[in-house]
Ligand binder design. Structure first.
Ligand code: SF4
Length: 176
């Protein structure tokens, strides 16, 4: 039995910032395969960001400072762990900072996966600042400056170096 952690929105869970889902046929097929156990996870919901919620993006560079927590009631009780990243996850309108709450939620999920037997792979939503294997990176003014892994994608690679990583554009079983 293979165990895959998947972005919940790809399974059809309406957890995206607009309140919709992004169902992926390939992922939904995996859900019916008795040889595969899927573990759905939405980092932004787990971080208490709500749904629908204001959009967030990866931000790096001069002038990027931590802002007020996105959700003070959640993030005040959650402490970041692990390696600090200079990249932050901020509201697009720059009125809140989701970094610490997201990192804590992702660390908790990684701990839970490790405790319950590990994971063979991840199927993640592309371009998401949380789940994307490569997501747009912005400067303080909101200009796109490059790409970087989303916070969950980066942390999952660090915590599960032997796992395989896919997204809905190249799901498991797709031709190379
Ligand atoms: S991409 Fe990730 S954080 Fe965004 S809705 Fe899907 S599961 Fe949640």
């Amino acid at each position: 039995m293979k165990r895959l952690c998947v972005s919940a929105c790809l399974l059809g869970v309406p957890c995206r910032w607009k309140g919709d889902a992004k169902p992926c046929e390939a992922v939904q097929r995996l859900a019916k395969d008795p040889r595969i156990e899927l573990v759905p996870f939405c980092p932004e919901l787990a971080a208490g960001l709500g749904c629908p919620r204001p959009p967030i993006e990866l931000v790096e560079g001069e002038g990027v400072e931590p802002l007020q927590p996105f959700n003070p009631s959640t993030s005040s009780t959650l402490q970041p762990r692990g390696s600090a990243s200079p990249i932050r996850v901020l509201r697009v309108d720059r009125t809140g900072d989701a970094t610490d709450a997201l990192r804590a939620a992702c660390e908790a999920q990684a701990d839970a996966l490790a405790r319950s037997g590990g994971v063979d792979g991840f199927v993640l939503k592309s371009r998401s600042p949380s789940c994307g294997l490569a997501a747009p990176l912005h400067d303080a003014a909101g200009r796109e400056t490059g790409i970087a892994p989303g916070l969950w994608a980066a942390l999952a690679r660090e915590r599960f170096p032997d796992a395989r990583f896919f997204d809905e554009t190249r799901p498991p079983g797709a031709a190379p």
